[in-house]
Design a protein around this ligand. Structure first.
Ligand SMILES: NC(=O)c1ccc[n+]([C@@H]2O[C@H](COP(=O)([O-])OP(=O)(O)OC[C@H]3O[C@@H](n4cnc5c(N)ncnc54)[C@H](OP(=O)(O)O)[C@@H]3O)[C@@H](O)[C@H]2O)c1
Length: 271
């Protein structure tokens, strides 16, 4: 199977590194290209054993999956560049936020299968939660191949194209929301009188340990919480104080704002 990456930036790098490391595809079958930064391509080729080229006709010839990894506003230029060379074997996987499948096809002047994926930055550590949506001419075997590629840098959740907005909010932007919560936790922790560096270090390890508990346990998060909350104890006292605030509404506002912005951005791209 031949994979081509158009755009080898931050997110594409996390994805092709995950694919190479998982050995789901031989690195020799992966080709990178970008706009002009050849030094970046050369260093990825040296690091991972992948290929790079600026010869679009050769890149797209017999390419099975073509990742579209530019910024959304650079896609029109990319489409102009590659549309004369698109072949019937090319199935496209867009990582660009907000650009609808219909728009991608129109710009590339093709009816070939197109999938959109919405990864998150945890792809860098092989733990992206990636939303995926397929055009309806994606055959089941190809869907499985794409799932395998995505699972190599985390996990996949298939949704309708409309629901990618929700995935964008919940898991795409999710790492930033959680970092923000952790930042507040650190700030509050330092107010209790410990050294900031001690608090930061402790909370980093607290988050890592808690994530591993979630990963390794079959219990729900609710049950994990209940297991460490004794009646009348310190944890119960802290939770009682927390329950004075409507955290559910706080997060609902946050997620709804992110969904609304995602819809707004994709409508702008439609114009
Ligand atoms: N970062 C995230 O957390 C995240 C999460 C989900 C989705 N995304 C999506 O991922 C996409 C890429 O974001 P990024 O942060 O990885 O961007 P980035 O680091 O700026 O990388 C953009 C890449 O696109 C290349 N490029 C630009 N114009 C091109 C053209 N005409 N032909 C070929 N290559 C071209 C650039 O090449 P040069 O270096 O040569 O200019 C560069 O390799 C965006 O559409 C974004 O919506 C990002």
């Amino acid at each position: 199977m031949k994979l081509v990456f158009y755009g080898a930036g931050n997110m594409a790098h996390a994805i092709f590194t995950g694919i190479v490391n998982s050995k789901v595809i031989d690195s020799n079958d992966i080709y990178l290209t970008n706009r002009s930064n050849e030094d970046a391509l050369k260093s990825y080729a040296d690091e991972l054993g992948v290929n790079y080229s600026y010869d679009d006709a050769a890149l797209l010839k017999e390419a099975d999956y073509v990742f579209l990894g530019t910024k959304p506003y650079d896609f029109d230029n990319l489409a102009e560049r590659i549309k004369p060379y698109v072949t019937d074997s090319n199935k496209f996987i867009s990582i660009m936020a907000g650009l609808p499948i219909s728009y991608i096809r129109e710009q590339l002047n093709t009816e070939n299968p197109v999938a959109r994926i919405m990864p998150n930055t945890n792809a860098h550590v092989g733990h992206s939660v990636t939303g995926i949506s397929f055009s309806n001419n994606f055959d089941p075997k190809s869907k499985t191949e794409v799932d395998d590629l995505i699972n190599s840098f985390g996990s996949a959740i298939e949704v309708s194209e409309d629901n990618l907005h929700q995935v964008t909010a919940i898991t795409g932007s999710g790492p930033a929301f959680l970092y923000h919560v952790f930042e507040q936790y650190v700030t509050a922790g330092t107010r209790l009188g410990l050294e900031k560096s001690q608090v930061e270090e402790s909370i980093r390890n607290l988050i890592i340990g808690t994530s591993k508990m979630i990963e390794r346990s079959d219990l729900s998060m609710e049950q994990l919480r209940k297991n460490i909350t004794s009646k009348g104890g310190t944890t119960q006292a802290g939770l009682n104080a927390l329950s004075k605030y409507d955290l559910e509404s706080v997060f609902e506002d946050c997620l709804r704002a992110a969904v609304d912005r995602s819809v707004e951005l994709s409508n702008q791209d439609d114009d």
